[in-house]
Design a binder for this molecule. Structure first.
Ligand code: FES
Length: 119
């Protein structure tokens, strides 16, 4: 989920400690019933199978794209002085904390890449 706009592991947070903070779950990614570009890209690229991991993948990807837009480097960012180029290696590294037992990883990378390109 996103906590004050940053991705966090919801299972490690005690709900009472979040009083007054902005909590955004996967349901909050859509606007007025319209899927977000990221959600639409996940469907277009079949970026899920059973769907168990999908809410976490979507929230993490949303937060990750904000990190990239903010210029945050990752462990595989080659040039720390240049704007981050969202390569497949960058996407894989930045999404490495989200596991998918169905191994939809190639399609998740493609979906994130498309969503990032669409703005
Ligand atoms: S789609 Fe099944 S665990 Fe990711």
């Amino acid at each position: 989920m996103l906590l004050d706009g940053r991705r966090v592991k919801s299972c490690l947070l005690l709900a009472v400690t979040l009083d007054g903070r902005e909590v955004r779950t996967v349901e909050g990614l859509s606007t007025a019933g319209d899927l977000s570009p990221l959600q639409a890209a996940f469907i277009a690229h079949d970026a899920f199978q059973c769907g168990y991991c999908t809410p976490g993948q979507l929230c993490s990807a949303q937060g990750m794209l904000a990190e990239v837009a903010g210029g945050w480097p990752s462990a595989v960012t080659a040039d720390l002085t240049a704007p981050v180029e969202l390569t497949d290696a960058e996407i894989r590294e930045r999404m490495s904390g989200n596991l998918c037992r169905c191994a939809a990883y190639p399609n998740i990378v493609a979906a994130v890449r498309e969503a990032a390109a669409s703005g």
